[in-house]
Design a binder for this molecule. Structure first.
Ligand code: COI
Length: 359
């Protein structure tokens, strides 16, 4: 271990209060968290401490001007008990892509990885055993400068906490193709995992929910023509045996699950096209009986099937679940690799290093 991470253990564990057979998403937090501070041009004060509130100044710049980014990744347990991380280095890199776009300092990738290994090792008992569940890991960085003029902050906090989770979408989702609001335009911050992207999506999602849909299917900001993503996940369509997912041309989050699914499906012999796909093409495929599947992908969602999509007055009801072979294959492969049920030919599962220094 290269960095000096000071570890202060919680005096007692809360794990006994958790019902691991019924874990809601996002409400259960493990015993410890990692924190680091950026001050005077450098990252310092690396520590793991009992999970708990962080105090912030009312002029905390992230609250006013939105310099706040995050990642979402998962640890799982193989059937032999080994705790593993799924492609952690990809998340370390993507955090810094977001940091660059939001004018925030880079976080050293080796420190990101060391912090996650140390934290997950300490809280490894919190990793659920069930194949559909995992320990969700939430690294985030925010500007904590105390100033209310608009400029990049001089100080930042980087935090990682974790919590066991079950499926994000326990059922197939329904989507409303959005014709009024946009998520991101070319040149905007859509590719960054920036908190504001999610905040700005809440109103359209709420309006869609009021109409009976689970989420919004975003269309491009210029023509309202090309499918983008769902906001909580990337999107795939299966048309006439071919898998198509919108190309990440600057407005869409470069999902790590998305990338993994593309590779898995190509290696299984499927044609996977990363390109622009218009809502008209989706409608035409539906009307010709060729829209076989649609599914979202993401760390939280893994693979979540889409049951119907509304665009203008047309409701596209997708085929029944028993016909969703491609999405199910992608899900089974990812979950199977994570649980060790099937081999990981890619080296995506990284065993958690067990060495924890407690001071
Ligand atoms: C994830 O998939 O990890 C995300 O960050 C999406 C979030 C909406 C839960």
């Amino acid at each position: 271990m290269k960095y000096d991470i000071k570890v202060t253990r919680a005096e007692t564990t809360r794990i006994g209060t958790v019902d691991f057979s019924n874990i809601p998403f996002g409400r259960v937090f493990s015993d410890h968290m990692f924190m680091a501070d950026y001050k005077d041009g450098t990252w310092q004060n690396f520590q793991i401490l009992p999970f708990g509130p962080i105090s912030i100044h009312p002029a905390c710049m992230a609250i006013h001007y939105g310099q706040s980014i995050f990642e979402g990744m998962k640890a799982s347990r193989k059937s032999d008990g080994t705790p593993c991380l799924f492609r952690p280095e990809k998340h370390a890199t993507r955090l810094n892509v977001s940091a660059y776009r939001m004018c925030m300092p880079e976080f050293p990738e080796d420190l990101f990885l060391e912090a996650i290994h140390t934290l997950v090792s300490l809280d490894r008992e919190w990793i659920p055993q069930d194949e559909g569940s995992a320990l969700y890991i939430r690294p985030f960085m925010f500007a904590n400068g105390e100033f209310f003029g608009v400029r990049p902050s001089n100080s930042y906090k980087f935090v990682i906490f974790t919590g066991p989770v079950g499926p994000y979408y326990p059922k197939p989702v329904s989507l409303l193709a959005e014709e009024k609001y946009v998520r991101a335009a070319m040149g905007g911050a859509g590719e960054a995992k920036a908190a504001g992207n999610y905040g700005a999506a809440l109103l359209p999602a709420k309006l869609a929910q009021e109409q009976g849909f689970d989420q919004v299917l975003w269309l491009d900001a210029r023509e309202f023509k090309y499918a983008q993503e769902v906001g909580t996940m990337n999107i795939f369509f299966v048309i006439d045996g071919k898998v198509i997912t919108p190309a990440t041309l600057g407005t869409i989050l470069k999902g790590i699950t998305r990338e993994s699914i593309i590779q898995i499906l190509r290696d299984k012999g499927y044609t996977v096209e990363e390109r622009r796909i218009s809502i008209d093409e989706i409608v035409e495929a539906f009307q010709a009986g060729k829209l076989q599947e649609a599914f979202g992908s993401g760390t939280a969602a893994v693979v979540s099937h889409v049951e119907r999509i509304k665009y203008k007055d047309l409701i596209m009801q997708l085929p029944p679940m028993e016909d969703r072979h491609i999405g199910e294959l992608a899900k089974a492969e990812i979950n199977g690799m994570r649980s060790g049920r099937i081999p990981d030919p890619y080296g995506w599962l990284i065993p958690v290093q067990e060495e924890v220094m407690v001071s």
